[in-house]
Design a protein around this ligand. Structure first.
Ligand code: OGA
Ligand code: MN
Length: 283
């Protein structure tokens, strides 16, 4: 009698409170056999790194689909789903390069959406020179869990207003009126500061879309939100990924923040992204 050996996830931690490296082969990953374990580890560790896995665009789409519901951002001429190019180079990414400038500051993707995406998968086609263009991640589950009981009680009652327009001021402090109004037309929503996930875990919902704590002044809101960002992105809860060609990094967008670190647009840094549809609203 032959016993089929079951493929298991092979992984090792990167830091104590964030990040794991996945060591399975490309074929094992594409087979879907470890998809369930990847989903569990993603929630537990916030960020998963697949070093130099070198997926083709089609393989990245196929791999993403093994993990949940593919969130389409782009389709090709045949209507098939495809990867989304991520670069600040306006020539390559007309229209969206400007919006990506906000990604240089700590954020959660799609806080304005009813169900923010569950996860993003970013792979590196061309890194910028060493010391630039890393992607930083911060574990907002760990950041919440490390608060004192008093802070948890206080912050647990806060509601925070979020808008894409608030990100504009990070890179363009005196925007033209048309641009501001275009970004404000995207909307403005009130979200709990502390996300109580269906799993029972809790995380902080902050980042560059957060601008005002409901019922508090601009002065008090700025102080508290700034403190929360610094707290959440401290060394113990964060990880900065230095890219090699073919790396794929996946993050739990519901329990982490991320940002691109500065790079020269002329460096040609080029990443491609796929996303998984969100499975719960922020509540
Ligand atoms: C994103 C993003 C960061 C980067 O794709 O959502 O924020 O390092 N990317 O390019
Ligand atoms: Mn982002």
């Amino acid at each position: 009698m032959s016993v089929t050996e079951q493929v298991r996830l092979k992984h090792e931690p990167i830091k104590d409170q964030i990040g794991s490296r996945i060591l399975n082969s490309k074929d094992e990953l594409l087979s879907g056999a470890v998809a369930g374990e990847i989903r569990e580890l993603l929630e537990a560790r916030g960020v998963l790194v697949f070093p130099e896995v070198k997926f083709t665009h089609e393989e990245q789409v196929a791999f993403t689909k093994t993990l949940g519901t593919f969130a389409p951002e782009m389709t090709d001429k045949d209507g098939d789903e495809k990867v989304h190019p991520i670069t600040l180079d306006e020539k390559i990414n007309p229209g969206s390069a400007a919006y990506l400038k906000g990604s240089l500051y700590w954020h959660i993707d799609g806080t304005m959406n009813e169900r923010p995406i569950l996860a993003s998968l970013l792979s590196c086609e061309k890194p910028s020179p060493k010391g630039t263009g890393n992607t930083g991640f911060a574990n907002t589950y760990s950041a919440y869990e490390a608060l004192s009981d008093e802070q948890k009680a206080e912050f647990g009652g806060y509601k925070v207003r979020h808008g894409a327009w608030a990100t504009l001021f990070y890179y363009d402090p005196e925007p033209n009126q048309e641009m501001l109004e275009r970004m404000q037309a995207i909307g403005d929503v009130e979200l709990p500061l502390v996300w109580s996930h269906k799993s029972g875990r809790k995380s902080l919902v902050i980042g560059n879309t957060a601008h005002t704590i409901s019922g508090k002044s601009h002065f008090d809101s700025a102080r508290i939100l700034n403190w929360l960002r610094n707290w959440s992105t401290q060394e113990a809860f964060s990880y900065s990924h230095e890219w090699s060609v073919g790396d794929l990094v996946m993050w739990d967008n519901t329990g982490t923040m991320h940002r691109a670190e500065w790079y020269d647009v002329a460096s040609g840094r080029m990443m491609v992204r796929t996303k998984l549809e969100g499975e719960e609203g922020i509540q």
